[in-house]
Design a protein around this ligand. Sequence first.
Ligand SMILES: [Zn+2]
Length: 398
Amino acid sequence: MTKKLYYEDAYATGFEAVVVSCEEKAIEDKAVKEQIEGAETVVYQVVLDQTLFFPEEGGQSPDKGVIGTANVLDVQIKNDIITHIVDKPFCVGETVRGMIDWKHRFSNMQQHSGEHIFSGTVNRLYGYDNVGFHLSDNIVTMDFNGVLTEEDVVRVEELVNEAIVKNLPIIVTYPTKEELANMEYRSKIEILGQVRIVNVEGVDVCACCAPHVKRTGEIGMLKVMSVQNHRGGVRISMLCGFRALEAFREKSAIITKLMDSLTVSQELLPDRVEKLKASNQDYKYRLAMSKQKLLEIKMTEIPNEQENVFLFEQDIESTVMRNVVNKLTAEHSGVCGVFVGNDEAGYSFIIGSVNVDCTQIGMLLREKTGAKCGGKKPMIQGSVQASEEILKAVLLDF
Ligand SMILES: [Zn+2]
C-alpha cells in the first residue's frame, strides 16, 4: 500500500521516497504513446513507498511532474498501490526525489473544489445527483440526473460564486463508521476502508478521494461554459480559476477580432452576422440564377442540327445541371451531357438522351476513364477523375 502524501498536505510539491519496484513495460496505452511520441518505446512502472502524485481516480486525470530526471507520464492506482509510469528506470531500494507540476495540480484542485460546490448546490436546490464527473486538461464536465434550465444554471453559478467570495473553509475529515451512519453527505456508497469526507462549510458535504483547496476563495471563480441534454439529464461543462480566466481571454480575443473585421460594436455582432448570413444566401441564389442564364445563352449558340452536345462548366448547382440536360435533350437528338468541375478535382456529370441508351455511354466512361456512374437508359449521372480533353476524346468515339 502506497502512503498517500497528498492527503497529509495538498500543497506540498516535493517529496522523497524509496523505490519499491520498477518494471519495464512496452507502451500499449495510446494516450501515453502520443505523449512521448518519438521517445523510447518502453516505459517503466515504478512503485514508491510514498508519493505526492495523485493518480487517475474519481474522474480526475493524474498529476504530472518528475521523479529524479524521469518524466511522470501517467499515474494509476490499483488495490491502494500507486504506480508511476515514467520514461527512465530506477533501482529498487534507491531513494528518489519527486516533484509534482504544481500549476497543473493547483488547477485541478480549483476545478475539483468548484465542482463540489456546484454539485452540492444543485443537490440542495433541485435534488439531482452528479452521476459523472470528468476532469482532464482540456475539459471539466458534470453530469446531473435531472434537467436544469438556463435560469437554473445561472442561479447555481451565481450561488457558487457567492460561496467562493465568502472564502469558506474546506475541511477534510475521516469519520468512524458510526459517525458516517448518522451523517448526511453526497456520494454515500458502501466502500471498504476509511471514507474521506470533504466539507465545504455550510455548502456541501461529500465523500471524495481528491486533493482540495483550503478555502473557497482560492477557486477564484466558476464559469459554466455549456449545458447539453445528456441521458435524461444535463451535462454541464465549467471552468474554475485560471482556466476560467484563460477561456475568458480566448473568447475576448475572438470577439475583438470579429469586431475589428466587421467594424461593429460587441452588442451588434450577432445582428451583423445574421444579416451577413441572409445577404450571403441572397447572393448565392442570384449567382445560381445568373449562371443558369449564361448557360442558356450558351445553349442558344449551339446549332440545332448538332446531335451530341457536351458542356464543361466550373461550378453550377446539381439542380441547374439537371435542368440544362433536360433542355438540351429536348432540342438535340443525340446525347447531351453537362460536366461540372475541373481537371484537377475531376468532374461530376449528368448525361441524357431521348433516342440513345445512356447506360452504354456509362459503360464506355467506366471502361476508358474509371468513371463511377449509374442510372437508366434516358439519363445517367456520376463522377470521374479525368481531364476535359480526355473526356471529350472518349465521348467523340461514341
Ligand atoms: Zn470530489
